[in-house]
Design a binder for this molecule. Structure first.
Ligand code: HEM
Length: 481
């Protein structure tokens, strides 16, 4: 009996020792140099809960502010089960953005994109995916293929909203985006399949940033199931079209053209994953930003008035008032683009440079270890030396600047370097045209509408605008009321 007792004591002691060792290792990770200061938090969960606390969308989170004060602009932590370096140092962010190409995605997100995703594979596949994308979404593609559709859809949904007396901005922007991309990608889709595809999106928004455990009942599990369903739907539609010889959308034509003409063959699975990535990234970013911009405009009457003037003038100059927008019209929406640039500057309170360095990187006295996730925040957007009164929303600060530029050393809402967002111009086009059609009405947003960041932008009280047919601005004679 005494022997058994001794054995148990030994086993328990060994387990406790192992556990202590593991906790020690967790809190003091190995590094071939000096790790940036910081805390790894609790084992596995790290500091995720503090990190994910909701905060004002145009302020960095308390998590970030406190740690920057305590440790300086570079610190370590653990989030979503992984080891993370957070940087508020703009020069370092730019250097890492340019010299590293492995995306810094959490496991739950990688799972969503798929392991064979061209954007996540080797350098060559990634380069190929980007080249292809620029054929689809570069300025030529936008001019020739996209502008007309977004214009048509935005007009249609705005009129529908006006008839109903209200419009859910995020949902409407999402519908426009999905309908536009679906048509370009797949051509006409069976109604049932399109409806089912739209239904699958419902599982994504709340589940993006999660722990990477795929356990039934959890958000990650639901997302993974939704992903499977969506991939199946897309594949079935593609195969049906191939079989029946039915027309594909232009995007697929380009992809298949590439597959036939190019050296590198893309499998149907790869093509579908590639398309799926677009749907996912585009839908999770742009509609939320459109809704945030609309909220900001609603709080700035002078901005709203100037927008109305700009868009009434564009409509007023047309002989046929309901004629579609042209590329020249789009380019002439200067103030709207200033509003968009300023909104992106002030609301980008999330990291925009996400990388996993393949080699250790020296940063002053510190070492950023290979394999850790690097999260670079666009702190430069709030640097008073670069932007006067950085926390004030002032679109006029962009007067005379290059409004077409999606990245500069002081402006990185779309990231930088080899992973710079490939959908930036598309997103800007959609946001501009949305604002154009909205500005043709007198509209308002309820005062209780708030924009909160919980990594993603969220709207706890919804994001409806009140809009009606009676308040449509018919020509430029109404501008400036
Ligand atoms: C306002 C809306 C958007 C914002 C703020 C945004 C922001 C970003 C950021 C910060 C990155 C990472 C860049 C880096 O790590 O250096 C990125 C990458 C990416 N974005 Fe966007 N994005 C937006 C809209 C879109 C749209 C509409 C699409 C697709 C149509 C898209 C497709 C992508 C893709 C595919 C990547 C990965 C690029 C690569 O790895 O080479 N994005 N985006």
């Amino acid at each position: 009996m005494v022997e058994v007792y001794k054995l148990w004591t030994l086993i328990v002691s060994l387990i406790v020792l192992k556990l202590c060792h593991w906790i020690y290792q967790w809190s003091n990770p190995k590094c071939n140099g000096k790790l940036p200061p910081g805390s790894m938090g609790f084992p596995i969960i790290g500091e995720t809960f503090e990190y994910m606390k909701p905060h004002d969308a145009i302020q960095f989170s308390t998590f970030l502010k406190e740690r920057t004060l305590r440790h300086g602009p570079l610190f370590r932590t653990s989030l979503f089960g992984g080891k993370v370096i957070i940087s508020m140092d703009n020069e370092l962010n730019m250097e890492i953005a340019k010299t590293n190409y492995v995306p810094g995605l959490t496991k739950s997100i990688t799972r969503l994109f798929g392991n064979n995703n061209l954007f996540l594979q080797n350098k060559e596949a990634h380069k190929h995916a980007r080249n292809l994308t620029f054929q689809l979404l570069g300025s030529q593609g936008l001019k020739l293929r996209i502008l007309e559709d977004i214009d048509h859809l935005a007009r249609k949904y705005m009129e529908e909203g006006a008839r109903n007396g209200y419009l859910d901005v995020k949902e409407t922007a999402s519908t426009i985006l999905i309908e536009c991309l679906s048509k370009k990608v797949m051509g006409e889709m069976e109604q049932e399949a399109a409806r089912e595809l739209a239904h699958c999106w419902r599982f994504f928004p709340s589940g993006w940033f999660r722990f990477p455990f795929n356990i039934p009942g959890t958000g990650v599990y639901k997302m993974v199931q939704a992903r499977k369903r969506m991939m199946k739907l897309l594949k079935e539609t593609v195969l049906k079209k191939i079989e029946s010889g039915e027309e594909f959308g232009e995007f697929f034509k380009i992809i298949f053209g590439e597959m036939e003409g190019g050296k590198e063959k893309m499998s149907i699975e790869n093509a579908i994953e590639y398309i799926y990535t677009f749907f996912l990234v585009a839908n999770e970013t742009t509609p939320r930003i459109v809704a945030t911009i609309v909220k900001i405009i609603s709080e700035n009457p002078k901005v709203m008035e100037e927008l109305r003037r700009e868009h009434a003038e564009i409509v007023g100059l047309k002989t046929e008032k309901e004629a579609g927008l042209t590329w020249e019209d789009y380019k002439s929406m200067t103030f709207t683009q200033m509003v968009i640039n300023e909104s992106l500057r002030i609301t980008t309170t999330v990291p925009t440079v996400l990388r996993i360095p393949e080699h250790d990187i020296k940063a002053g006295d510190y070492t950023i270890p290979a394999g850790w996730t690097f999260m670079g925040y666009p702190s430069v957007h709030y640097n008073p030396e670069k932007y006067d009164d950085p926390f004030v929303f002032n679109p006029w600060r962009w007067t005379g600047k290059d409004l077409g530029a999606i990245v500069s050393k002081n402006y990185i809402p779309f990231g930088a370097g080899p992973r710079l967002c490939v959908g930036a111009d598309f997103a800007k086009l959609l946001m501009t045209i949305f604002i154009h059609h909205l500005s043709r009405y007198r509209w308002s947003m309820k005062a209780e509408t708030t924009v909160i960041r919980r990594y993603m932008l969220t709207f706890p009280h919804g994001c409806d605008v009140q809009i009606s047919e009676d308040t449509k601005v018919e020509d430029n004679s109404l501008a400036g009321y």
